[in-house]
Design a binder for this molecule. Structure first.
Ligand code: ATP
Ligand code: MG
Length: 563
């Protein structure tokens, strides 16, 4: 393609509204424009990238026997009501009415619709297994659309769904997706991790996310390099380090701690580090008040606790007084009969906590001796903690979720009556899986992971073009050689952009680096006199002087070898 005839509106200035690097560079390099919050237009270069990503996704989905279909983006409410998600999902769902005043919504995802399809069409065990997928638009009224195309209100998703006779079949479909996802993200040139994740609103029996590490990511993941444990911090477990010293010599005694309420204050006052404290939080759950117990140096993970007890809220100061007869700063796990959910970090050791007595703390509290509790992992993982599997060191990294996979089980097939008849003629619910990928997030994550001060450095597989040809001057011989290189490469099936604009060489060089096409062939008057052109690699900046046919040969054989 010719630069002069392609709409590539590059910008010199950094747009004020953008913070994430991928957002800045996609705007500056003329890949996207914003229509409104969370709504983006893909310009020609941007769309070429998405198209290449989609092609990789299609190849790998087809390779595992998934069949492409396409479903409407506009859905009748009844199907979403049948699974309960019409009322479970709040403002994130775009809802509307048709002219007959019937409730409709714009699809956030397609579990309901595809399960409805299966319920109508799949009759017998002979129809199974099936894997159906689409690359189609989703709508979500995200609370905080941000970071350019990383979180938008309308976006493309590759969503696939597996239908199996039983758990064993689901296991196989799931594993095939795991393999396909590894190939897709590797082929797209991403650095990524597969991590355990929270099934959340999808429900179901197990889930993984594919995470591209980047400071622009909204997620944090916990990684152990020794054993490979990897999990989203939404559910990651860890073993907090043990207390630094043994204090089994502490007897149980109440110590006056006037006006000292927080762990920090009492820790300083009693000269004992935070690891020796139990924080007792009074919470109000569905069945009334209970205590959440956590070590002084740890933080309560509300989501983990919520998975155990359901919804809860903090008790007010007044309520605490009514329930325990003591002020918030002096609560302890002993001497009271409230239900207790305790973090595993305080299972061993000897502790200090509020004495349930105004102005006092108790030292020498022994878990399971002085109080009983239900033991769970309810703390936020910290980098100093240990791997829950092997005890090794862990790392915490920010990451972009580029894809995820869920074992749905029969969560959707039962309410939507997607049953099949087994060999014995019995009606059995279909066992399902659901698998998503965001092509726009792949593009943005690739930029986050591959750029420098001058611009984007595309992984070769998803660049908008393979090579950019840059004639430096308007001289006839320069233009002729450039055109010849351009047409020869193009005829060999290489995607080539030629910068045939009537602009200064400096502008062409700057734009070329900004746009980030992997190879540049630069044709200058002086070098051409010596019969040479320059082949520049965008990633390394390495420049080689070659004859034009050598340059053509080099580039085309490189891409041929890659297939
Ligand atoms: P997140 O936790 O980031 O909101 P999600 O768990 O809601 O993502 P899914 O519903 O499973 O994501 O969607 C599958 C994939 O679609 C995600 O892995 C991501 O790549 C992409 N995706 C999800 N929401 C958005 C969005 N608002 N904008 C762009 N891509 C998105
Ligand atoms: Mg979401």
């Amino acid at each position: 393609m010719r630069f002069s005839k392609t709409f590539i509106p590059t910008l010199r200035e950094t747009p004020a509204e953008a913070e994430a690097i991928s957002h800045i560079l996609m705007l500056r390099a003329g890949y996207i424009r914003q229509l409104a919050a969370g709504l983006y237009i893909y310009l020609p270069l941007g769309w070429r990238v998405i198209d290449r990503i989609n092609r990789i996704i299609r190849q790998e989905m087809d390779a595992i026997g998934a069949q492409e279909i396409t479903m409407p983006a506009l859905h009748p409410a009844e199907i979403w009501q049948a699974t309960g998600r019409w009322s479970e999902i709040g403002e994130e769902m775009f809802r509307l009415k048709d002219r007959g005043r019937r409730d409709m919504c714009l699809g956030m995802t397609h579990e309901e619709i595809i399960t409805w399809l299966a319920s109508m069409e799949i009759r017998s065990y002979r129809d199974l297994p099936q894997v159906w997928y689409q690359i189609q638009t989703k709508f979500r009224d995200e609370a905080r659309p941000k970071s350019g195309v990383l979180r938008t209100r309308e976006f493309l998703m590759k969503d696939s769904y597996s239908f199996d006779r039983d758990e064993q079949g689901l296991e196989e479909s799931y594993q095939r997706h795991v393999d396909a996802y590894h190939r897709i993200f590797s082929r797209c040139g991403l650095k990524f991790y597969q991590v355990q994740s929270d099934p959340g609103m999808m429900g179901g029996a197990g889930a993984h996310e594919f995470m591209a590490p980047s400071p622009a990511g909204e997620d944090t993941i916990v990684l152990c390099d020794s054993c490979g444990y990897a999990a989203n911090t939404e559910l990651a477990r860890s073993t907090p380090r043990p207390q630094p010293e043994d204090h089994s010599d502490w007897d149980l005694e109440d110590i006056p701690t006037p006006e000292k309420r927080t762990v920090e204050e009492v820790s300083e006052f009693l000269n004992a580090p935070a690891e020796y404290f139990i924080k007792s939080l009074v919470l109000i759950g569905r069945d009334g008040p209970f205590l959440a117990l956590i070590r002084g140096d740890q933080e309560l993970h509300e989501k983990k606790l919520m998975r155990i007890v359901g919804g809860f809220r903090q008790a007010e100061r007044e309520e605490i007084r009514e329930i325990l007869g003591v002020e918030a700063g002096f609560i302890g796990p002993h001497n009271n009969s409230l239900r207790k959910i305790a973090d595993i970090s305080i299972r061993q050791g000897v502790y200090i906590s509020g004495a349930n007595r105004e102005g006092f703390h108790t030292r020498g509290i022994r878990p399971s001796v002085h109080f009983d509790a239900e033991w769970h992992d309810i703390h936020v993982v910290k980098e100093e903690d240990r791997c829950p599997e092997c005890g090794g060191d862990i790392r915490i990294e920010r990451a972009i979720e580029v894809g995820n996979i869920f074992k749905l089980g029969t969560k959707y097939s039962v309410p939507l009556r997607a049953f099949y008849l087994d060999e014995k003629g019995r009606e059995v619910p279909i066992v399902m899986g659901s698998y998503g990928i965001g092509p726009a997030r792949i593009a943005a994550a690739a930029i986050e992971q591959n750029h420098d001060d001058d611009g984007i450095i595309w992984p070769e597989s998803i660049a908008p073009f393979d090579v950019e040809v840059l004639p430096v001057t308007e001289d006839t011989d320069v233009m002729e050689t450039s055109e010849e290189i351009y047409t020869t490469l193009r005829d060999r099936g290489i995607e080539v952009l030629i910068d045939d604009r009537d602009v200064r060489a400096g502008v062409k060089f700057k734009d070329a680096d900004l746009i980030g096409i992997p190879y540049q062939i630069i044709i200058g008057k002086k070098t051409l006199k010596e019969g040479l052109v320059e082949l520049k690699q965008r990633r390394t900046g390495k420049v080689e002087r070659l004859t034009s046919s050598e340059a053509i040969e080099r580039v085309s054989s490189h891409y041929k070898a890659r297939g």
